[in-house]
Design a protein around this ligand. Structure first.
Ligand SMILES: Cc1cc2nc3c(=O)[nH]c(=O)nc-3n(C[C@H](O)[C@H](O)[C@H](O)COP(=O)(O)O)c2cc1C
Length: 177
């Protein structure tokens, strides 16, 4: 074995899938790419890193709601590009040809091109100042059964992405012995 630089260690457990976070604030819709997130419980509650450098941060702070949208593997280029520009300067829905659709329980939009969505409200902000960590609570979820591409993207943390591969079904083992 050799030492792995500590600043690369997170890549070993980099979560996925790559998601988009949509917000709507003061009549402006926006979308950003996010890979630093984790499931906290079945509610579902999600822990997400959305830093003060993101325009999304301001919208989330004001509105306390967003949508987690799941793009698929065929949208990889767009996912990276959306993460490399800011809603402060560009209308990303227009630039990337994304179609906003009204959500059911929050003001932030769904994205017609995405596979699935979780509408979320902010549940806890206690770690936002120290870590940019928002705890979100899902209030409605959507899946598009007709979406042809179903493979999601999983970030390696350095600009490389894994695409979902074969599924291993271990549901029969998911019980306590
Ligand atoms: C692949 C990828 C993953 C990213 N993951 C995160 C993340 O987890 N948290 C975060 O705050 N920014 C993340 N970013 C950066 C934001 O997407 C970026 O700052 C974006 O410009 C924010 O958009 P906004 O200013 O319109 O909110 C990521 C960018 C890329 C390309």
């Amino acid at each position: 074995m050799r030492t792995l630089p500590l600043d690369k260690a997170f890549q070993l457990i980099e979560p996925g899938p790559v998601v988009w976070v949509t917000t709507a604030h003061k009549g402006r819709m926006n979308v950003m790419t996010m890979t630093w997130h984790m499931v906290v419980d079945f509610t579902p509650r999600l822990a997400c890193i959305i830093g003060p450098w993101d325009f999304t941060f301001t919208a989330l702070k004001k509105t306390r709601e967003c949508v987690i949208a799941i793009p698929t593997a065929d949208m990889a280029d767009t996912a990276v590009e959306i993460g490399n520009c800011s809603g402060r300067e560009v209308d990303k829905f227009e630039r990337f040809g994304l179609t906003p659709r009204p959500a059911k329980r929050v003001g932030a939009p769904l994205i017609a091109e995405c596979l699935a969505h979780i509408e979320c409200r902010v549940a806890d902000t206690r770690l936002v100042n120290g870590y940019g960590l928002w705890v979100l609570e899902g209030v409605h979820a959507w899946i598009e059964p007709a979406h042809r591409e179903r493979r999601t993207l999983h970030a390696q943390g350095d600009g490389r992405f894994a695409v979902d591969g074969p599924m291993i079904d271990l549901r029969r083992k998911m019980k306590k012995l």
